[in-house]
Design a protein around this ligand. Structure first.
Ligand code: CMC
Length: 382
């Protein structure tokens, strides 16, 4: 029987939906672990390919397992003519996230085993998705710059190959390192909105292509993956470090949200933002534009922590410092959110694969507050 006034948890805040061994977010102390390994240890010692393996298979690989995994990632990098056609028809006419979502959604057309859903096939498709999301994103970036598809380079690791397919030339060591680090930091974050969305789709026993498509669609929003893009736009609007205080105060007075701050789970400094900040302040080689953006970001950080940090638990999140760091390695603004999808694909897949082990259809309730048994009048009588 339905209760009179159920407790509504708006935005599912505070609701546990499953047990999981993938990721622990400690929002009080600002800590994060993937499969038990701290984000600091992974950022320092690991790389995106290894982290992807860890997320998908649950443990770090030995050398042989790592080699086989990297080989599979390489095998799937090349894009089919179907995908290239979709990208060419859409680039310049739709948002890059819509293009990415559409191209991923069309992948089953090129996969003869697309609807085989054994554990092995699902792991294979996950690896394929990790690979394809990167190649598609790089190619969208290339086409946005008016250039054509570049075939992948089999000598390069996943992160370096992403930059290669974007720019058409081998990246330098610093750029490869930074992009790889950014992918590691964004790879997984428990049941955030896009992962939950992928899990809901997975829970209907739709396939993993459908689940990742849902994840991409959900990541697009400015309250989630779109925040880094909007944080950078805000820094550009602020213009100079001296204007930061007035801008922030006016925005807060007008009840505007400052992008790149605040988090549903972290009520303290996001540990990923701390790591990214180190790359922001290593800025001697930056252009004047980047130095200016970095100065604005650091000023905004101090002001926001002073205004809302300690009192309201609103601190910098992963998206705040990312923009200037991406710009420093030549990633254009339009690719920031698709790049988040490149990083988060192993996280989405890991959660869907885990949830399928004990699958139960997601079907929450809403509490109906409208009228009942209203007299129906024909259209001519209304
Ligand atoms: N700037 C100003 N005020 C804020 C902000 C912000 N960034 N974030 C929250 N608040 C205020 C909000 O206005 C509200 O105030 P009041 O109680 O006076 O109405 C209060 O804090 C609580 O806000 P909420 O929306 O109920 O809190 P939440 O836990 O749902 O917020 C959030 C999480 C991420 C949606 C929010 O902090 C936000 O909108 N941040 C800006 C967007 C952003 O940076 N998103 C990226 C999140 S991290 C990466 C990811 O998950 O993709």
């Amino acid at each position: 029987m339905e209760v009179d006034t159920p407790k509504i948890s708006s935005g599912l805040e505070g609701i546990y939906i499953t047990n999981s061994n993938i990721c622990k977010v400690d929002g009080i102390n600002g800590r994060l672990w993937y499969r038990g390994y701290s984000i600091e240890a992974l950022a320092e010692n690991s790389n995106f390919e290894e982290v992807s393996y860890l997320l998908i298979y649950g443990a770090l690989p030995d050398a042989e397992q790592m080699e086989a995994f990297s080989k599979k990632l390489k095998q799937y990098r090349e894009l089919s003519q179907t995908t290239i056609d979709i990208l060419s028809r859409m680039v310049g006419r739709a948002d890059p996230m819509d293009i990415l979502r559409t191209a991923i959604s069309a992948l089953p057309a090129d996969d003869k085993d697309a609807y085989e859903n054994s554990d092995d096939q699902n792991a294979r498709k996950s690896i394929m998705l990790i690979s394809k999301v990167a190649s598609i994103t790089a190619t969208i970036g290339r086409m946005l710059a008016g250039k054509t598809y570049v075939k992948p380079n089999g000598d390069l690791d996943h992160a370096s190959n992403f930059l290669y397919m974007l720019n058409g030339s081998k990246p330098n060591e610093r750029d490869s390192k930074v992009i790889d680090l950014m992918l590691v930091l964004h790879a997984e974050h428990a049941t955030n909105a896009s992962t939950f969305s992928a899990m809901v789709t997975g829970s209907t026993l739709a396939d993993i292509y459908a689940a990742v498509t849902s994840g991409i669609a959900t990541l697009k929003g400015p309250l989630h993956g779109g925040a880094d893009e909007n944080a950078l736009k805000m820094m550009r609007e602020i213009g100079t470090p001296a204007n930061t205080e007035k801008y922030i105060d006016d925005a807060l007075a007008g009840k505007k949200r400052i992008m790149g701050f605040g988090h549903r789970v972290y009520k303290t400094y996001d540990p990923r933002a701390k790591i990214i900040k180190k790359y922001l302040i290593e800025s001697e080689d930056y252009s004047d534009d980047l130095k200016n953006l970095a100065a604005i970001a650091l000023r905004a950080e101090t002001l926001m922590i002073g205004r809302l940090g300690k009192t309201h638990g609103i601190w910098p999140n992963v998206d705040f410092f990312s923009g200037p760091v991406y710009l420093s390695i030549g990633i254009p603004l339009e690719l920031f959110t698709p790049l988040f999808a490149v990083a988060r694909t192993p996280g989405w897949c890991a959660h869907v694969l885990e949830y399928w082990k004990n699958n139960r259809l997601f079907r929450p309730l809403d509490f109906y507050t409208g009228a009942l048994d209203i007299e129906y009048k024909k259209i001519s009588e209304r």
